[in-house]
Design a protein around this ligand. Structure first.
Ligand code: GLC
Length: 741
């Protein structure tokens, strides 16, 4: 490369580096310059967020915006109102500080993707990132530049309604999901107008709510907190997440919105997180109900000193921070640090410099729908397929389409969807009618809603099944049974759905069950009566095309469970990465039929009325072909501390159809200073194989990947024996061993 060219390239790169570095320095300089001009009232205004006062856009709200009352508005207004509010903030306030508009863009904005639990079931970070990118483009086009996602609370209790929003039970999978969502939402630069700031929530431990009851207490030993619940949040920080949201729960007696251990020790001191911390909805003043703050003033003091930069909805900051600062109970520096985090994010998003975007309304596009369909198709898990009932043959004469979820456009979207348009949603019924022709689809809902307990519609459903060649039942949970404040004490299919299946099965035709739900359910009898079961979570806008393609083999199921399915709610919490205990149940004690009190045998950790193993294990999912795992081999029988070794196996497609297998790597630290789980996921790979094709799949494991928190809270890898599996799920696979020296 000739010198001048080198020089040019060098200058250009240096320029790029300088301009990038300058961006950070420049932002910080602009923050300081603005901060130095702000009054305490203006600072406290930035620390306040509201959701109520936008539609219709009243004169009172206009005036409050002129007074700099809020730094952020969320889940309120329409694009035109947001643009007008921004114009007022930018041109009619003393300092022209823009408003940061936030919204719960959890799994899509106008185009709705599968619920996060379904997206986790894809085990495909690429499609998860694409979904986030699409959502960001749609939301930012309507003036939203901050989403309160990803929700990355580890969830091991399906009674908890918010398991629907979570990436499931495993910190390794959840961490990969978290990073993919952050990349999707934020893109490569927050300054890009299509970028929206992501928000890692709910920090922390929220998914461990006792008894699966939302907002309930969480008692988590620090080792478990660090090893399991904090890992996805750390991954989000490593991925550059712009903000955090505190959680409603008290963690070990201290509400997260006043928890210095979380917000200063972990988030700022250990992880060096530079971004913004927002409370959850009124979670600051709720500290009085927790019995942690005496009143709203005390709550404001606790939250500000713990490190909550912005208060969502409640007004403790607005009402009390000024006097708390004058009394010295809250230092001026604390306020300035909070406002720095807020202003910095606004500068990084370009809100001060970009022209106020004209109000526009987005619509779904072929591209956004294609991403939604791919995500929905990959999210569906095939749980059962006796005698290869699926895929159905195109020659099937007529199909009975039955159940409350067959044509439920809102319910199939799942929880936390705000900006969908019903006319965009493609339901299974509509898709099957289009695919087969109306005459070949015999539709009978059987039940009006998933909670309907009336048998009035059963006769028509049975009649449809009698007249058809096969029956597909669309079952599950309607939207309002899932999500926040939707904890359930039972996990059965709601209403009379099991009875509906029983009635339809009497027709003696092949029965396929498609279950759309926001959590693992128990459906033992339905599972016995159906020849095949597809678990579709809440699949979003394109649930219909995705399911229709899978039913007829235009697509092959590749979803794998991101969460363990119990046989009975009494087994909860149930998860694969459990400890062995000193008295593990022996194989002879397994296989106890549901609800049959067995003769109590040994003194082991079992139930006497149900098999102690799950109905379906973590990582489980079938295909329309079958894969074999052979020839597990390691690059060496041992590895020195600080080194790495490679674990390989040959995966072959032994069936007649192409399929995608999710090859999983698990390890078990056999003896350690803190007892370790019987298995831990440490890697996975989606592998598409044609019939007869074999692929060697290899994983590199470094000794640091085997680290766990010891009793001194140090992240350590200890020498000793390790078992390793390359596996199709958390209960099976081929096994090897190695030693860390
Ligand atoms: C809710 C949720 C939180 C959401 C916030 C704003 O109560 O806990 O996840 O982002 O309030 O809607």
């Amino acid at each position: 490369m000739a010198w001048p060219y080198c020089a040019f390239v060098g200058f250009f790169l240096l320029g790029a580096v300088v301009s990038t570095a300058a961006t950070d320095a420049e932002v910080d300089q602009r923050v300081e310059a603005l901060l130095s001009r702000m009054t305490l009232d203006e600072k406290i205004g930035q620390m306040s967020q509201s959701d109520r006062l936008m539609t219709p856009f009243s004169d009172e709200v206009r005036q409050l915006i002129r007074q700099g009352r809020w730094g952020s508005l969320f889940n309120a207004g329409n694009p035109a109102e947001r643009a007008e509010a921004q114009r007022i903030a930018r041109t009619e306030t003393r300092l022209g500080i823009p408003i940061l508009f936030g919204r719960d863009v959890i799994h899509g904005y106008r185009t709705i993707f599968p619920i996060p639990l379904g997206q986790a079931a894809t085990w495909d970070p690429d499609i998860v990132e694409q979904a986030g990118r699409t959502a960001a483009r749609e939301a930012s086009a309507e003036g939203i530049r901050w989403t309160f996602a990803p929700m990355i609370d580890i969830a091991r209790d399906p009674r908890w309604g918010r398991i629907a929003e979570s990436p499931g039970e495993d910190p390794y999978l959840a961490s990969i999901f978290a990073a993919a969502m952050v990349r999707g939402f934020q893109g490569t630069s927050l300054a890009d107008p299509s970028a929206i700031a992501a928000c890692a929530k709910h920090f922390a431990g929220y998914g461990a709510a006792e008894a699966g009851r939302d907002y309930n207490s969480t008692w988590i030993a620090e080792i478990l907190l660090r090893d399991v619940y904090l890992r996805p949040f750390h991954a989000a920080v490593d991925a550059g997440v712009a903000s955090f949201m505190t959680s409603f729960n008290a963690l070990n007696g201290v509400p997260s919105s006043g928890n210095e251990f979380l917000l200063r020790r972990i988030l700022r001191d250990e992880w060096k997180f530079p971004g913004l911390v927002v409370s959850d909805y009124q979670s600051i003043t709720e500290m009085t109900l927790h019995g942690y703050a005496a009143d709203a003033r005390d709550a404001a003091r606790e939250a500000a000193n713990a490190g909550v930069d912005m208060e969502m909805v409640s007004t403790a900051y607005f009402d009390h921070l000024k006097s708390l600062v004058s009394s010295g109970a809250v230092a001026g520096k604390t306020i300035d640090d909070a406002v720095r985090h807020i202003l910095r994010l606004k500068f990084l998003l370009g809100l001060f410099d970009a022209p106020i975007p004209a109000a526009q309304t987005v619509t779904v596009t072929p591209e956004s729908l294609a991403v939604a369909q791919k995500a929905a198709t990959e999210s569906v898990v095939l749980l059962k397929n006796d005698q290869n009932l699926l895929p159905l043959s195109d020659t099937v004469g007529s199909l009975a389409v039955i159940g409350p979820m067959a044509d439920a456009p809102v319910d199939q979207l799942g929880t936390w969807t705000i900006d969908w348009r019903t006319e965009d949603v493609r339901t299974p019924l509509a898709e099957l009618r289009q695919m087969l022709g109306n005459g070949r689809v015999l539709y009978a809902p059987g039940l009006k809603t998933s909670r309907d307990s009336s048998h009035d519609g059963f006769a028509a459903a049975r009649d449809a099944a009698d007249r058809a060649d096969a029956a597909v039942l669309f079952l599950g949970e309607e939207q309002i049974l899932s999500g926040e404040a939707r904890s359930r004490a039972f996990l059965n299919l709601p209403g009379a759905q099991e009875e509906l299946v029983e009635e339809v099965a009497k027709a003696g035709k092949p029965v396929v069950a498609v279950i759309m739900a926001g959590r693992p359910l128990t459906f033992h009898d339905t599972a016995a009566r159906a020849g095949a079961i597809l678990y579709a979570w809440h699949p979003g806008t394109m649930g219909g095309p995705a399911i229709a393609d899978l039913l007829f083999g235009r697509a092959v199921p590749s979803g794998r469970l991101p969460v363990t399915f119990p046989r009975a709610v009494g087994q909860v919490p149930i998860y694969y990465a459990h400890l062995n205990t000193g008295r593990p149940a022996s194989a002879s004690e397994l296989g106890i039929p549901m609800g049959t009190p067995a003769k109590p045998t040994g003194y082991t950790s079992k139930y006497i009325d149900v098999d102690v193993t799950p109905e379906y294990p973590f990582g489980y999912g079938l295909s329309y072909t079958n894969f074999t795992y052979e020839n597990l081999r390691l690059s060496a029988p041992s590895v020195a501390m600080g080194g790495s070794l490679t674990i390989s196996a040959d995966i072959a497609n032994r069936g007649r159809r192409e399929g995608t297998e999710v090859v999983q790597l698990y390890i078990h630290d056999v003896v350690a200073s803190v007892a370790q789980p019987v298995r831990l996921l440490k890697g996975f790979r989606r592998v598409a194989l044609k019939p007869g094709e074999m692929r060697t799949v290899s994983f590199a494991i470094r000794t640091e990947d085997l680290a766990f928190y010891n009793q001194q809270m140090k992240l350590v890898t200890e020498p000793g024996r390790f078992e390793v599996w390359i596996a199709p799920d958390a209960e099976h696979g081929i096994k090897g061993e190695f030693v860390v020296k």
